[in-house]
Design a protein around this ligand. Sequence first.
Ligand code: HEC
Length: 118
Amino acid sequence: MKRRLVFSLGLLSCLLFSVQAFAIQYGDPQAGAEKFQDKGCVNCHREGGHSTVPTFPILAGQPSDYLARSLLAYKKGARENPIMQGQASGLSEQDIHDIAEYLSQQSTSLAVVPGIGE
Ligand code: HEC
């Protein structure tokens, strides 16, 4: 009985560690913040991805893998949009992961956007 408990606890800790191992952060959010500015993304999607224009999606606080997938889809032509295909074509996969990580860490609160969510 005691052996079984020790085994179960061992198994549980292995599972917990492997869950942690899967939560890999592919991108560097600091580098992503700079790239988001330098590559001009901020011009449409605004500071931190808090777009105020309805036709430019709010990117702040979206899951990083969702953002990375969207950007990879534009880059590879699987998702068609003339604006974003042009934007994504100039990004490396590392750029994409850095920017996605940065954006996912931004607050989703609309209160941070001047003039919205007062
Ligand atoms: C000229 C304006 C403009 C610029 C500059 C721009 N975007 Fe976009 N972005 C858009 C528009 C418009 C869409 C919606 C396209 C669609 O419907 O597929 C979009 C969509 C996206 C999406 C998908 C969002 C979703 O919910 O699926 C991501 C991610 C994104 N942009 C990231 C970026 C990044 C990173 C940059 C800089 C390299 C950038 N954008 C530059 C206008 C822009």
